[in-house]
Design a protein around this ligand. Sequence first.
Ligand SMILES: Nc1nc2c(c(=O)[nH]1)N=C([C@H](O)[C@H](O)COP(=O)(O)OP(=O)(O)OP(=O)(O)O)CN2
Ligand SMILES: [Zn+2]
Length: 132
Amino acid sequence: MEPVSTKKASLVTEISKEFTFEAAHRLPNVPPGHKCSRVHGHSYRIEITVRGPVDPHFGWIVDFAELNAAWQPLHALLDHRLLNDVPGLENPTSELLAAWVFERLSFATARVVKLRVSETCTSQCTVYPAEG
Ligand SMILES: Nc1nc2c(c(=O)[nH]1)N=C([C@H](O)[C@H](O)COP(=O)(O)OP(=O)(O)OP(=O)(O)O)CN2
Ligand SMILES: [Zn+2]
């Protein structure tokens, strides 16, 4: 019979929350004739992942509502916009949008370990804070 272990497993815990917004964009630097030089729209999805210790009292890393509160000001800046008009997003690729969102999340540098932008069902970009 297996001995019963009283040791608690040492776990790394992450939580994620997904947000959506609708926006149009065009990519100004693509080669001539590229389809993305034309204005078109996406139902963008943003997934924010936070890693950290689980608070022993609350039983959570951080309230999902806190992620929502951090996202809402950015949603106001992005939703139903032409992204090219948003300062800092003149070339709104997934890569540059992911960096833009990461830099503007109030607690990103401290807690966000992964941020994913999905432009379509099959096209995503993920950024992570650089180590060090
Ligand atoms: N590395 C990147 N490549 C492309 C980006 C980008 O942000 N980073 N963006 C685009 C366009 O925005 C395009 O709308 C999305 O690309 P794509 O996946 O090609 O879109 P489709 O849904 O049309 O893809 P299909 O699989 O061909 O149907 C382009 N590239
Ligand atoms: Zn696009």
